[in-house]
Every structure is written in C-alpha cells, then in structure tokens.
Design a protein around this ligand. Structure first.
Ligand code: UD1
Ligand code: UDP
Length: 370
C-alpha cells in the first residue's frame, strides 16, 4: 500500500480533494489519511462540501482557524508535523495555492517525505498576490507536479523544474464539476429565489487586492450600482468580504441596491446551478474562471491578471481592470452579444484527472521500489 496524507483546508481545496479521495479508493493501492487544517471552519465554507461531495470525514482536523499569514502558516506547520511523524507516509499531497498548501508542503519535505502538488505551475506573475508566493514555493519543493493546463508546463520549464517530475493530467476541479452537474440540476435555488434562467448575474469577490482595498472595492461597487438597474445581481458573499464591507462606508451603498441580493456563501450544488444559469459571472475567484469555461457562461474576471490563461485563450473568460468604466464596457459588450459566448474545452478537462493522477503515482512508486 502507498501511504499518503492528503491535505485540505480552504473552500476550493474541497472540490479538488473530492475526486482524488474517490480515485485512490477505487484504485485500491492507497492508504489515505485525510487532514483538514481548519483554515476555513464556518459550516458554509467547509462542512457543507464534505456532505455534498461525499468526501470522507477528515481523519484529523488541525483546527488552526484564521490569523495573519505568518500566524496561520506557522500554526499549521506546528500542528501538522506530529501527524507526519506518527503516520509515516510515503507522500504528502497538497492542492492549490492556499496557506495550508505551502505550510504542509514545507513540513513534509523537511521531514524527508516526498511532496505531491496538484494544480502545479500556475502563475499570475504578480508577487503581491499571497497565492503566487504559495505556488512558487510549493512547486520549488515538490517531487511530483500535476498540472492543469499547458501554461503550467511552460512556466515550470522556464523555472528549470525537471520535466520528469511534471505531468499534464487535467483539472480535478472539473472532475468535480462534471461528476455533480446532473445532481446540481436538481437544486431548487432558482425557484426559491424567484430567478429566471439567464435573468441574473452571479458575483463572487474575495481577493485582498479587491476587498481589502476600499478604493478598489468602491470602483467595483460603483459598476454594480449601474448594472443592477439592468440585471439582477446575486452575490453569495465570502466572510472576508462581508466583514470588510460591514466595517466600511460602502455598507450603506450595498444595502441600497434594490436589485442586488446578498446571500451567505452557498453550497456547491446550489452554486453550480446558479452559475450554469447565469447570464454572466463577475468574479475574482480562481476556480470559478475554470468552471464558467466548462459551463460556457461568460466570465468577467475582476483582476489585472490570471494564473489560468487558458480560460481566456480557449475558454469564456476575460480580464477586466479594476475600473468602473472598464467593468461597464465589458458588461455592455457581453450584453450586446446576448450573453452568448463560445469557447473550447481545455485539453484533459474531461472528468478523469484524478484517475490519471492515481495511475501516475502508482507507476512512480513501483519505479522507486525497483
Ligand atoms: C483563502 C485563500 C485564498 C482562497 C480563498 C478561498 C490564502 C492565503 N488565501 O482566502 O487563496 O482563494 O481562501 O475562499 O490561503 N473567515 C471566516 N470563516 C471561515 C474562514 C474565514 O469568517 O470559515 C474569515 C476570517 O475573518 C478570516 C478571513 O475570512 O480572517 C480570511 O480567511 P483566510 O483563510 O485567511 O483567507 P481567505 O480570504 O478565505
Ligand atoms: N463556491 C461555492 N459557493 C459559493 C462560492 C463558490 O460552492 O458561494 C465554489 C465554486 O463553485 C468553486 C469554489 O467554490 O468550486 C471556488 O472557491 P473560491 O472562489 O473560494 O476560491 P478560489 O478558487 O478563488 O481559490
């Protein structure tokens, strides 16, 4: 048996870990310990996804909670070290680019345990973004790097990473989307909210560059004030964003928008139903850029850059400056096209990424033993 500790901690990690847990179980050659760091802990940011996506209950929850980057990362490291010492895994597997990713990766390699990184190689080339630091550092210490799109392969090559370690396998986030698409169609969120298909936009925002900077958040809100006169806006709000808006003068403007509906974060199936039926999605999320590409829904990414360029070159995504007029210009263009957008499906985004990862891992481990 190949012993692996799989790590998850924040919302987007759960969609990525779900198909891996299933593929490892089906493959039969793996003994898995699932560790939740506790980086996200609200029921609607964590537990909900375990139930909906049939992820086994974590074997261990480190319960680190929130904190500054240093405090959170250090606390995860301190609490994760004894878990590795006790379980003695062959590998530690981390996904994505959150603080839990680099914290657990660093602990693993310092204990001489091989590190697997899922969603390796993505680069926004913006080092003010905390995730970019997490990506660069995690990739530089990983032994096996599983990549979702060709740009990731190119970036790792340019950084001098040995190509033997790197595998283009597709996208585990899309495995989860494809596995749950039919189930999500059963969600009654449209009826419950009185929404018509293509009669609303979905919004998500949580990047510090947008929601910790009140100037930028103000420019975005100004655009929403105009758009909501035209189209209903559905905004499941991230706790970081909620806290920031509540503590600012923007709160009154958000509340005053009569055609903007604020929601708590919603479950995966409801969110998938919302995005699949939205006229347009406005977001700064990483994963949602990928999901809208598969769903063939226009995506306005409110960011200056993306680490997922294939969603722009092949998919339905476009980058929008944090500027009220630019947001309105792109919105009007998309509206003029009847909210229709045509895009292609990136290579290997076919629902089988996790299976490919399990096969590569099995082959890699047998080679090590011979
Ligand atoms: C984190 C990730 C980000 C990812 C996002 C997904 C890092 C550096 N950032 O950002 O890459 O895109 O998750 O959603 O790892 N909070 C709650 N309840 C929770 C979780 C958080 O109220 O369950 C609040 C706390 O006030 C906390 C704040 O949200 O301080 C930020 O949480 P944190 O995990 O530090 O970063 P995110 O903004 O969620
Ligand atoms: N998502 C969700 N409910 C919401 C908002 C997002 O289930 O209210 C899902 C979304 O479909 C995607 C993931 O959360 O699968 C993206 O997570 P997030 O935007 O928090 O993080 P990022 O991808 O930016 O790291």
């Amino acid at each position: 048996m190949i012993k692996i500790i799989c790590v998850c901690g924040a919302r987007p990690n759960f969609m990525k870990i779900a198909p891996l847990m299933k593929a490892f179980k089906e493959n039969g050659n793996f003994q898995i310990l699932l560790v939740h760091t506790g980086q996200h802990y609200d029921a609607k940011m964590s537990n909900l996804f375990f139930d909906e996506l049939n992820i086994p209950k974590p074997d261990i929850n480190l319960e680190v909670g929130s904190g500054s980057h240093a405090v959170q990362t250090a606390e995860i490291m301190k609490r994760f070290e004894p878990v590795i010492i006790d379980f003695k895994p062959d590998y530690v597997l981390v996904v994505g680019d959150v603080n839990s990713t680099i914290a657990c990766g660093l602990v693993a390699v310092k204990l001489g345990v091989k590190l697997i990184h899922i969603e390796a190689g993505l680069r926004s080339f913006d080092r003010t973004m905390p995730e970019e630091i997490n990506r660069l550092l995690t990739d530089s210490i990983s032994d096996l790097l599983f990549v979702t799109e060709q740009s990731g392969i190119n970036n790792l090559k340019n950084e001098g990473v040995n190509s033997d370690k790197v595998h283009l396998v597709g996208n585990v986030m899309i495995d989860t989307l494809l596995a749950n698409k039919e189930k999500a169609e059963q969600s009654d969120i449209l009826e419950k909210m009185g929404l018509k298909k293509k009669g609303f936009a979905v919004i998500t925002l949580h990047r510090p560059s947008n929601v910790d900077d009140m100037d930028n958040l103000g420019k975005i809100i100004s655009a929403f004030e105009v758009i909501q006169k035209d189209l209903k806006l559905v905004f499941p709000i991230h706790p970081r964003t909620k806290k920031n808006i509540e503590n600012s003068a923007l709160q009154a403007r958000v509340v005053a928008m009569t055609n903007l509906v604020l929601l708590e974060p919603v479950g995966y199936l409801d969110f998938l139903k919302l995005t699949a039926n939205a006229a347009v999605v406005m977001t700064d999320s990483g994963g949602i850029q990928e999901e809208t590409t598969i769903l063939q829904v226009p995506c306005m990414t409110l960011r200056e850059n993306t680490e997922r360029p294939v969603t722009v070159t092949e998919g339905t995504n476009r980058l929008i400056h944090i500027d009220t007029q630019d947001i309105l210009k792109h919105y009007n263009e998309i509206k003029a096209n009847g909210f229709e957008v045509k895009g292609g499906i990136p290579r290997f985004w076919d629902g089988k990424a996790a299976q490919r990862i399990a096969e590569v891992l099995l082959a890699f481990s047998s080679k090590l033993q011979t």
